[in-house]
Design a protein. Sequence first.
Lengths: 168, 211
Amino acid sequence: MSSIKKKLLEMVPQLRRYAYGLTGSIDKGDDLLQDSIVKILSMNKDMNHIENLGAYFYKIISNDWKDKLKKRNIESLDIDNFSNTLQSNNNDIVEEIDLKRKNKKIHELINQLTDNLKSTFLLATIEEKSYKEISEILEVPLGTVMSRLNEARKKLKDLINKDGLNEN
Amino acid sequence: MKIDDLIINSYVDGELSEQELKEFDAIMNVDVEIRQKVQDLMKFNQDAKEAYDEIITDDIPSSMKELLIEKESIWKRVSNLKIGIFPTIGSILAASLGSVLTFNSIQMASVDEKRPELMLEEPSKNLIVQEIEKITGESEDFIVLSGIFEKRIVYSIKSEFINNSKENCVNIEFENLNYQDLTITEAVICDQDGLERIVKLSFIKGPIQDI
């Protein structure tokens, strides 16, 4: 058990980042991660045989988040609605965006992706996981990982083009 | 090689094989549009990563530290302590038995050198006996000890205890812990996330026979 705790402790920063990305908020992300850690620690099973423990932790968090979404019936906003909001609220501010505002904007854009696209994008781009690892974590075929990732990037690109983030 | 968005993604994500990589690089060297797409994607990936990397340098929330940082195990404490062990054992027993136990005689070096000898004061003995009486109604088994069929009772106070790894548990054998016809032989105390519990209490009905 202590080796699991040690590994988890080492990975907390990365796992927090992923949970933050999934939930769109640091507090909610921390709650999600905390619940996942409790779940992992309470699993009465030997984890020594698990080849990629890191990927396993990401998988637990991903599944916990899916469960929470089901329970709370949270649904992602529709991308078109978000685009309209962006256009109506952000006519001239893009050029003045500083780093923090740019980061916030990126979070907002990514948070508009559907959960499947968002988790795939976060794992590939932010967590720098291989397609194979993502396939294991999300329990979907490799081809699905590639198509989801492509779709996520395409949608983000569309949003950014409309928003003008690239001009910054 | 036909370059499409999936291939560009795979290139940027480092998923192309060595051969594919060579082909892609060759095409990108002459195709300005593809080169631009790759650069844009890499730039956005970098921006996105930076946007989320802020959290990486934050302190780990204390609630997570509580869960994950190993406290000094009981075993280590017991091994290091000499006389001082007994208040700890007393408090652990007390926590389990629901009252304060007191000891009037303590002789021990350290647990790994010599088994502890202790005697309980009357009120504490009564408490243990009461607990044992409760226990014996719930669980018992028999073993052959010294060729004599004796009753040995092992009771898991917290049977669902999940962290029963040796490193976090200490097995304390008692030499001289008797009350009436009961000889308490062993207690296993474990530390789970900083909470100390008796997970096993063993005793024999009647005096221990020499083998």
